[in-house]
Structure formats: C-alpha cells, structure tokens
Ligand binder design. Structure first.
Ligand code: GCU
Length: 663
C-alpha cells in the first residue's frame, strides 16, 4: 500500500518540496517495482504527484504500456550500491532508477525530482550515486522541559522544538513526518532528538520516557531516518540509583546493557547515543579517574549487540580558566585530550569533533584533531544553527565555509570529507517556526548541509542552485540571480562586520547575539582577543605562544607558525600583531578592520535592496519575513561596525586612513 505523503500543517512553508517540484514526475507514467517498507514511501510520493499533475503510476508487473520512469528494486550491478545507493539512466524513452534497498530508491526518487524535466530528455548514461558518508546526521539541541536560561531549544532561532513543548512530547507527528521528508530529500539519514546538555527531564527519555522517542522514530522511519538520543553519563546514578557511574564497574556496565536493550525493544532501528561528557559541567569519566575511551567504550559495548553507535563528543576543555593565565589555550584542548587515546576507542564508538578548535566561530582554522587520529572513527560536527553567525536574523549561507572545511587536506593528502568516516553531523537550525528555520533563507543552510554530507566535495554554489530550483520552481532568472546575489557572499559579509581576521567571539556573553568586544575578555571561557593599545590577537605559535600551531602536520604547522606566511583571514587566530602590521592584502591590520566593517554594512544595505527588488517574484509571506529580518540585520551590522571600529580607534589612536567618522 502506498504510504500517504505527510500533510503539511496549515500555514507551514513547504521549503524545498513545494508541490510544483514534483511536476515533472507527476505528469508522466511511472512504474514502481519491488517491495520494502520504503518502497511504499516512494509509491506514496509518486501517487500524490500523479494525482496533482495527471500522470499515472503502476506498481509491480508492467501492464504492457510504455513508462517514462521506472523505479525498481533490483539485483546489484557491477558495483555494490549498498542500502542507500542507486543508479539512474535513460534509454529508449524511459528513465530508470534502480537500487538494492528502499532507502536507495527513495534517494533515487528525490534525485529525479531535483533533475525535473531534465530527467526525461534525451538519453542519459548510467550513473551510480552513493553517499560518501554513511552517517549524515542532525543533532537537535532541543530540551524537553523549558530550560530557565536556554529555553526550549538551546541556541534555537526557529521557534520552539519540533518534538517537545513545555516538558511533554509535542505530539504533532505530521509535522515530524514532513520534517523527515525534507531531510530525506537532501540526504540526511539520522536525527538526535534532544540536547547534548542532558537535564533532568531529558535524561528520562532513555528509560521511562522512551515511548515518546519511539513515536518520533516511527514518524521519521518511513523517510529512512534513524533516531538517536543524547544521554547523560551519570544516568546509572541519577536514573538507576547506583552509587557510581564508573565505566569499569560491573553493575554500571549491566545497567547500560539493560537500559540499551529496553531502548531497542521500543525502537528496533535505534541509531545510538550522543554523549557530551566532562564538558561545560556535564558528567563524565574523569570523575572516576577513567579516560574518555573507557567512557565511550562502556556505551559502545551496550550498543554493540544491536549495531548502534555512540557519538562521543570531543568538545572537552577547561571552561573555568583564569583569564590571567596565558599558557592555557582552549584551542589546544581537544587535541591534547584525545590524540593520546587514538586506537583505544571501540568500533562502535565515533569521536565527534567540532570542525574548528574553538566553537563554531565565523572563521576558524580546521581542527588539527581531525587529521591526527587515524585509528579512530571520527565524525565532524558543523553548526547549522547560527549561534555565532547571525542567529537566523542575519543572512549567512554557510555553504562556502563548510565546503572549505570538508575540502581541507590534512596529512597524507586526505581531506576532512574523507577523514570523517564516522559521518557528518550538524546542529540543527530547524524548529516549530512556520518557515522551519526562522529566517526563510536559512533553509538553504539545512539543505546544503545534507547535500554536502552526501557528497563532501560537491560545489556549494551548485547545491545552492538546486535549492533555488526546488524551492522556487519556475523561478525567472531575475529571482535566481537575486537569490545568488544575497546568499553567495553572505558569510563573508557577516565576517566583515563582526570579529576580524579569525580572532573570534566579541559577542555579548550568554546569548551570543550582537557585539561586545570585551564581552568574554575577562571571563573563564578561554575565548580572548588580547587587544591592547599596541596590538591584537592570540599568539599560538610554537616559538613564542601556546604551541597550538604545532598540533598541525606540515605544511600547515609551518604556514601557521609565522605571521609572514599565515593566511590573512586567520592571522589574529594565530598571532598577536601590532595594529600597523601589514597584511598580504597590503593593508595594515587597523585599516583592514575599519575598511571591512564599513564594507560589511554597505553589503548588507545592498543585499536588502536586492531583496526588495524581488517583491512580486517570491510569495508575499516569505518576502515579508525576509524583508523584516533585513531591517534587523542592518541595524545589527551597524551596531557591530560602530562598536568594533570605535573600540579599535580608541585602543590604537590610529585614525581611519580614509577619514571616515569613527566615534
Ligand atoms: C557552545 C554553545 C553551548 C553548547 C556547546 C556544545 O559552547 O554555546 O550552548 O552546549 O557549544 O557544543 O556542547
């Protein structure tokens, strides 16, 4: 029986799956062959498209007629397709998609949706499509109960949670199904449904509240998405009543084994656990004098009989640092903690590493840890939720940043995309907002993440083209050009008017929105810029600084070591330099700060007017929401410009070379 396509609740934006995206398929004749649960999902999609656009679908044996599209489960061809791969070819007037598993067929269907009418023109040589990474996951930092400081969703800028509200399951499972459908259409196959900071209510999702997770899992399953759960390392104590959570204690091991068995009774295809341990106050193995490998392996052993995985986060650092102590460097922490453990993690354990060494800043170098643990399965974590990149009030398309990270080559010439054998993960930017992501244009980040997780070396601009074509079917060239104009360079624009040259932060403490140059300067969080009257930046060289640059292999260690060779955009991340230091661009650091801050605001003004010119080409509600956000972005960008420029003018006493007014 075809599975009906989830009904989008009234007023919710269809994002990149508007009905018109299915026009090419819906107006044609399709044959579907094979049986597996996800084939029913594929069938349901085609049935709905045909109902809308007048086409026809036949299931099972061909009825003698000719077909424009054949979607078939079949035997493997010369190369293994796996559960998720598919082939696509066109010959003799029929486009044929074959897969060996239901998920593959579903991805094949969405491939045809992306191609649109092109899928049905001429001949197409047989192409094989397989995801480069087996795990393509979103972590929701959603709380079940509203947290007194962080609210319903930690760092959430898209309304409430899709899953939880005020301590209970939200229960709007149609919305969850529709979410799963959007995720599948861009290639995502796993979702973790609660915050990595596991508070009291959330901890119980593992035990007596597992039924609520099972409901979500059931809603996501038809679109090939497995459900994961963040758990607390202290659960044996807080939930199990044991005196210890020591990973080497037999009773603790038994407790995790039993709890995990019950999870799989409720959710047979459960994906596994996500753990934030010994990090920002979360419990972990250090309390028992055990290593993080011992901690992770405890959970890996519990999951192993069921094929689950523990995603153990490497975000471990001292968040109670003394700002007077210049020898401790937060950037070093993950590498220092984890590299000695390489080879000690069990097969079912994946070490999940943030892409940069600090915390999702607008510009960071790639984490040196990613290339330094060849005997460990690593997953790379990105942040789609725009905690430090405009909080979904500012346009900031992160495709170019993520692509740069994924293409970065560590030692032995392996790129980050190749080293991420444990998968690519992003902190989700989606929530209960009718546009899913607060800022409608932030949908492009979610879509781009999924496509880059499928193919890390994909060209981000081509991915953006896909997103435009799907989200705005039949967009006139003016609209597509306008969208590119406002999105393509938006990350660099954001960088221009915020913290300069890789130095990071300068945000208001706590909520992290808006400028405060010294907001974290005298705090325990390890996030400093060290600006004084003479200069700015953090000396992370081996020769005179914290030694962080030495965590990289060659050529990076050498390149970053000296201000002469360090790339401009990371200069202040690696070096403390005088304001008069001349960049490779030929400008001094201080003039660069002034110029980029003026330019950043001008670019936002320009983008705002481009967007205004698109009124009439975009549906009015979407247009109005973006226009409203541009007002706030412009206000925010001016605030950033003026605070940063004034701060450095006052510190340095150096006037703007172009004589502009700085207070
Ligand atoms: C950042 C963020 C926190 C989050 C943490 C993490 O520090 O501000 O809200 O909990 O990252 O990744 O665990």
């Amino acid at each position: 029986m075809p599975l009906p396509v989830p009904v989008l609740p009234e007023g919710v934006d269809p994002a990149w799956l508007p009905p018109a995206a299915f026009r090419a398929i819906g107006g044609r004749r399709t044959l579907i062959r094979g049986s597996a649960p996800l084939v029913e999902t594929v069938h349901g999609e085609v049935v709905q498209a045909c109902r809308r656009f007048g086409g026809r679908v036949v299931r099972g044996a061909p009825d003698g007629g000719a077909y424009d599209l054949a979607l078939a489960l079949g035997a493997e061809g010369p190369e293994p397709l796996g559960e998720e791969g598919f082939t696509c070819a066109r010959e003799g007037g029929t486009t044929t998609v074959t897969a060996s598993g239901g998920r593959g067929l579903l991805y094949g269907l969405f491939h045809v949706v992306r191609l649109g009418d092109d899928a049905f023109r001429g001949e197409r040589a047989r192409e094989v499509h397989r995801p480069a990474l087996a795990l393509r996951m979103l972590d929701h930092w959603d709380n079940v109960a509203v947290h007194p400081v962080m609210g319903q969703v930690e760092r959430g800028y898209a309304g409430g949670s899709l899953f939880w509200r005020d301590g209970s399951a939200r229960g709007e499972l149609d919305r969850v199904r529709a979410y799963g459908r959007l995720l599948a259409a861009c290639g995502i196959n796993a979702v973790s449904v609660n915050n990595v900071n596991v508070h009291a209510a959330e901890a119980r999702l593992l035990t007596d509240r597992i039924g609520e997770v099972a409901d979500i899992a059931a809603a996501l399953r038809p679109y090939g998405i497995r459900t994961h759960l963040s758990v607390s390392f202290a659960a044996p104590v807080t939930l199990g009543g044991l005196p210890t959570a020591d990973p080497l204690d037999g009773a603790v091991r038994d407790w995790w084994a039993g709890a995990t068995r019950r999870v799989y009774e409720a959710i047979p295809d459960f994906g596994g656990y996500v753990v934030k341990a010994d990090s920002e106050g979360q419990p972990g193995p250090f309390a028992y004098g055990r290593s993080h490998a011992e901690g992770a392996n405890l959970l890996a052993a519990a999951l192993e009989p069921f094929g689950g995985t523990v995603h153990w986060r490497a975000f471990v650092y001292d968040h109670r640092q003394d700002w007077r102590d210049r020898t401790t460097d937060r950037a070093r922490a993950a590498y220092d903690h984890f590299v000695p453990l390489d080879g000690e993690f069990a097969e079912q354990a994946v070490l999940q590493v943030k892409h940069g060494p600090m915390d999702f800043q607008v510009r960071e170098p790639v984490s040196p840890l990613i290339g330094a643990m060849p005997r460990t399965r690593l997953a790379v974590e990105l942040q789609a939720t725009q905690e430090y990149t405009g909080q979904q009030r500012h346009v900031c398309w992160l495709g170019p940043m993520w692509s740069g990270v994924l293409r970065f080559r560590h030692e032995h010439d392996q790129s980050v995309g190749e080293l991420a054998r444990g998968g690519l993960v992003a902190v989700s930017n989606a929530g209960g907002d009718p546009f899913w992501t607060g800022h409608p244009l932030a949908q492009a980040n979610l879509y781009t993440f999924g496509r880059l997780a499928w193919q890390p070396d994909a060209e981000p601009r081509a991915v953006l083209d896909e997103w435009i074509k799907l989200s705005f079917p039949a967009a006139p060239p003016q609209l597509a050009d306008g969208l590119h104009a406002v999105l393509d360079g938006s990350w660099r624009t954001y960088e221009k008017y915020t913290a300069p040259l890789g130095v990071g932060f300068m945000v208001q403490p706590g909520h992290h929105y808006g400028p405060s140059v010294d907001g974290y300067e005298y705090s325990p969080w390890g996030t400093y810029h060290f600006a004084d009257r003479d200069g700015i930046g953090v000396d992370r060289s081996v020769a005179t600084g914290t030694g962080y640059a030495g965590q990289y292999p060659k050529p990076w260690a050498e390149l970053y070591e000296s201000p002469d060779t360090c790339p401009d955009e990371l200069l202040l991340f690696f070096h403390h330099v005088p304001y008069g230091h001349v960049l490779k661009s030929g400008k001094t650091v201080i003039q660069h700060i002034y110029d980029t801050h003026f330019e950043g605001v001008e670019e936002v003004e320009e983008a705002r007017s481009v967007w205004a010119s698109l009124a009439g080409l975009v549906d009015p509600a979407r247009h109005a929401r973006v226009a409203e956000r541009y007002e706030e972005q412009l206000r925010g960008a001016r605030e950033w410009r003026d605070q940063v420029n004034s701060y450095f003018f006052r510190k340095s006493g150096v006037p703007d070379g172009r004589g502009r007014r700085i207070c």
